[in-house]
Write a protein that binds this ligand. Structure first.
Ligand SMILES: CCC/C=C/C(=O)SCCNC(=O)CCNC(=O)[C@H](O)C(C)(C)COP(=O)([O-])OP(=O)([O-])OC[C@H]1O[C@@H](n2cnc3c(N)ncnc32)[C@H](O)[C@@H]1OP(=O)([O-])[O-]
Ligand SMILES: Cc1cc2nc3c(=O)[nH]c(=O)nc-3n(C[C@H](O)[C@H](O)[C@H](O)COP(=O)(O)OP(=O)(O)OC[C@H]3O[C@@H](n4cnc5c(N)ncnc54)[C@H](O)[C@@H]3O)c2cc1C
Length: 677
């Protein structure tokens, strides 16, 4: 151990980590600024972290794992109130946070210090408030938004039912307009129509946005959103006509009290229909306002965009834990009479981990770019232009699918990289994994969203065939019409172009397949269904091509004025990312480009050399994510590397260690061992 001063405090740091930090050849702070989107953001983030974490209110005395489900929930509610009060009173007015509000990634970071799993208010921050902002008329906004922002009411987003999550048009809950009383009557006609899953619904919220089939004058107008009070504001008792409760234990999100909700002819005022995109007049006349039918799905698009950022952060957490641990951990003896190496020195370990660092960068830059695209489409919609929405839907769908899926897979690899200790709950890797693995499903299942993107790509293909202009993210489709394969080019730009050819080739193959089935007499829908395996693969290839292109261009742009070593380490990571995926997808490259066996050999050599180049900077690179120990919450990943001390300290907190002999020995085990049972 070596004594070090950190932020005015004296701490002991593991000697291997001290050496690793001494090896780092770039300015860590500069990389942190790039990842934060500028030095100003880093300063603000640190200030926010100090305000919300320095007083230790986020910490639990007893680790959450030892609490009963009820105690865990109650503890999460208690801390949610502290967390929300700090945001409301101390942080929200800080400059720069107005646009993202509650959902600023900075707040997301500090939430992880407060909640090992999630806050029961997650859907209030992430969905209830954004839906009010996106679906209300100005008058409704003036009424509901201040109440929600001040936490006078707390809400959630209630869409999914027992019978349907994916197929929103198939939802069964009805909202029938009664012109006599100027009310909507909400009803759950079948068991499969019971609302199921909404976060915070079980016990926490008193209001919610409900998605239901709108009926007026005997006509169904499809799904619409309504603000519904479900609990009394004073007593919190469910209102008459409302049955509500918790759905029980899940793989994760157990402090999130996901709930069920059943309506028995429950009445709400007409004004509670969210009327920005469509209205029901007093007499029951239905008026469509929005030019695009799917603007009701706006909250989902918003959350999908935000999830890409969420994935970058969660992977950064996992890889920070795994890299620091791998620098501290020593194992095996490849050469006789030599000391045991740090596991980080094994090439296979570097193969597991450096791609995770690169992926965290790739997702961070892609998410920033996607967010900009999202805000520009929102501005278009405000100006009544809707032609950019389909591309945003296609992009946010595939990026949500691929980023959540990659992130879950790489977090699991980080756990593998930590061996047995990675399986300890105190490593926090299992909690990060259970959180992230749900993101592949919620807010649109992986396959379903890739098929949405595929739908867009097939239409785009038809445009390209007719020589009509298409938007920039799909302009590469014209390559599929190239008669000759270009020689293999292993530069970064060459690899990106190669993957664009892969995507174009896969889309072309889908088109051929659909047309083949149509020629054999199938209608379009059947031909489409028969092609879906390939369509999912084509949408994935498109999405990856977008990520490669964005990561590469953003790296160049963001490091244009960086110091030389920062520029080179960022570029090395980007190159590593492209080489990694080239080697993962040699089959695709052999099929659609002129890659040869010799080129694969060269790619492998370059990849392994790149691992060696990055190795001395590995700890510096995860330090650059600048994630505080309170947020990492990990025995294996703390800045000081006191892994074994922390593991032992945490083990001693187990209630089983409170007594030398557990009563079950005398009650069961001893009689059993003595043959008396
Ligand atoms: C903290 C968080 C916790 C979690 C919360 C949750 O999970 S909450 C619950 C989250 N739940 C989910 O995420 C459920 C996932 N399910 C869904 O999002 C939808 O049901 C669907 C998109 C799968 C199909 O919808 P559908 O059957 O109504 O549509 P269709 O397939 O017939 O396509 C018709 C046209 O609409 C277009 N279009 C579609 N969506 C959008 C959009 N958002 N924007 C713009 N456009 C869109 C589509 O491209 C197509 O265009 P085209 O080709 O005709 O020009
Ligand atoms: C932790 C968590 C939190 C959640 N929070 C909320 C919330 O706050 N509010 C809310 O309303 N909902 C919430 N949900 C629900 C979530 O949005 C849905 O579970 C999700 O959209 C998937 O829908 P589903 O469950 O109907 O899956 P299904 O659609 O039934 O999926 C089952 C399988 O069928 C496949 N499949 C379905 N349709 C197709 C198709 N057309 N083509 C090919 N394959 C298909 C899927 O790929 C999947 O493999 C939450 C879910 C979880 C896990």
């Amino acid at each position: 151990m070596k004594i070090k001063m950190l932020a005015g405090k004296t701490i002991e740091i593991n000697v291997d980590l001290v050496k690793e930090r001494a090896k780092c050849n770039f300015n860590i702070r500069e990389v942190t600024h790039i990842l934060d989107g500028g030095e100003k953001n880093t300063i603000q983030r640190k200030k926010i972290e100090d305000i919300s974490l320095n007083d230790g209110q986020s910490r639990d005395v007893i680790p959450e794992e030892y609490l009963s489900p009820k105690e865990r929930y109650e503890n999460a509610v208690k801390k949610s109130c502290i967390y929300a009060r700090i945001i409301k009173t101390e942080l929200m007015n800080m400059t720069g946070l107005e646009t993202l509000g509650f959902n600023s990634p900075v707040f997301r970071r500090i939430a992880d210090a407060y909640f090992k799993e999630v806050t029961p208010l997650l859907a209030h921050f992430g969905m209830f408030v954004p839906t009010i902002m996106g679906q209300c008329t100005p008058e409704q906004l003036a009424h509901w938004l201040p109440r929600a922002l001040n936490f006078e009411i707390v809400g959630t987003y209630v869409q999914t039912e027992l019978g349907h999550g994916t197929f929103i048009r198939g939802l069964e809950t009805t909202a029938t307009y009664d012109p006599q009383t100027e009310e909507f009557v909400l009803h759950s006609p079948t068991l499969s129509s019971y609302k199921w899953w909404a976060g915070g619904l079980g016990k926490t919220v008193n209001y919610c946005v409900v998605v239901a089939q709108l009926y007026t004058k005997g006509v169904c107008h499809g799904v619409h959103t309504f603000i519904v009070q479900i609990r009394d504001e004073e007593t919190h008792m469910p209102l008459p006509g409302i049955r509500v409760g918790d759905i029980g234990p899940k793989m994760g999100y157990n402090t999130g009290d996901n709930g069920f909700l059943v309506f028995n002819h429950h009445r709400i005022p007409r004004e509670n229909m969210m009327m920005k995109n469509a209205q029901v007049l007093k007499d029951g006349t239905y008026v469509k306002v929005a030019r695009h039918e799917k603007l009701t799905y706006g909250t989902m698009v918003y959350v999908r965009v935000m999830l890409v950022n969420e994935m970058a952060f969660n992977l950064a957490k996992a890889v920070t834990i795994a890299v620091r641990y791998s620098a501290v951990r020593r194992q095996s003896q490849p050469k006789p009479n030599q000391p045991e190496p740090q596991v980080l020195d094994y090439l296979t370990q570097q193969h597991k981990l450096f791609i995770c660092i690169a992926t965290a960068h790739a997702l961070q830059f892609t998410s920033d770019w996607l967010y900009k695209t999202f805000t520009s489409v929102l501005a278009d919609i405000r100006d009544d232009k809707i032609d950019t929405l389909p591309e945003l839907h296609a992009l946010s769908s595939c990026l949500k699918a691929i980023c959540t899926s990659d992130c879950a897979a790489f977090i699991e690899i980080c756990r593998f990289a930590c061996g047995g200790h990675g399986y300890m709950a105190s490593s926090n890797l299992s909690m990060i994994y259970s959180y992230v693995s749900a993101t592949r499903t919620y807010e649109g299942d992986y396959t379903v969203l890739l098929l949405q993107t595929a739908r867009f790509l097939v239409k785009a293909w038809e445009q390209v065939e007719k020589r009509r202009p298409v938007t920039s993210t799909i302009s590469y489709l014209s390559h599929a019409f190239d008669k000759l394969k270009k020689p293999w080019d292993g530069s970064n730009e060459g690899i990106i172009r190669a993957f664009q050819r892969v995507a174009a080739g896969k889309i072309s193959a889908c088109i051929n397949c659909i047309r083949y089935h149509q020629k054999s007499g199938k209608d379009f829908e059947d031909a489409w269904q028969l092609t879906t395996i390939q369509l999912v693969a084509a949408a994935e290839a498109h999405c990856r091509a977008v990520i490669y292109d964005t990561y590469y261009n953003e790296t160049i742009r963001l490091t244009a004025s960086s110091s030389p070593n920062v520029k080179s380490v960022m570029e090395q990571l980007c190159t590593l990312y492209l080489l990694y995926w080239s080697l993962e997808r040699t089959g695709d490259l052999l099929r659609f480009t002129s890659l040869s066996e010799k080129d694969i050999f060269d790619l492998q050599q370059r990849y392994e050399k790149m691992l060696a180049v990055i190795r001395p900077n590995a700890v510096g690179l995860v330090d650059a994510f600048d994630i505080r120990d309170e947020i990492l919450n990990s025995t294996l990943g703390a800045y000081d590397g006191r892994v074994y001390e922390r593991l032992m300290e945490e083990a001693l907190k187990s209630p089983l260690n409170a007594e030398p002999v557990n009563s079950s020995f005398h009650k069961h085990l001893k009689p059993f061992m003595q043959g008396k049972l």
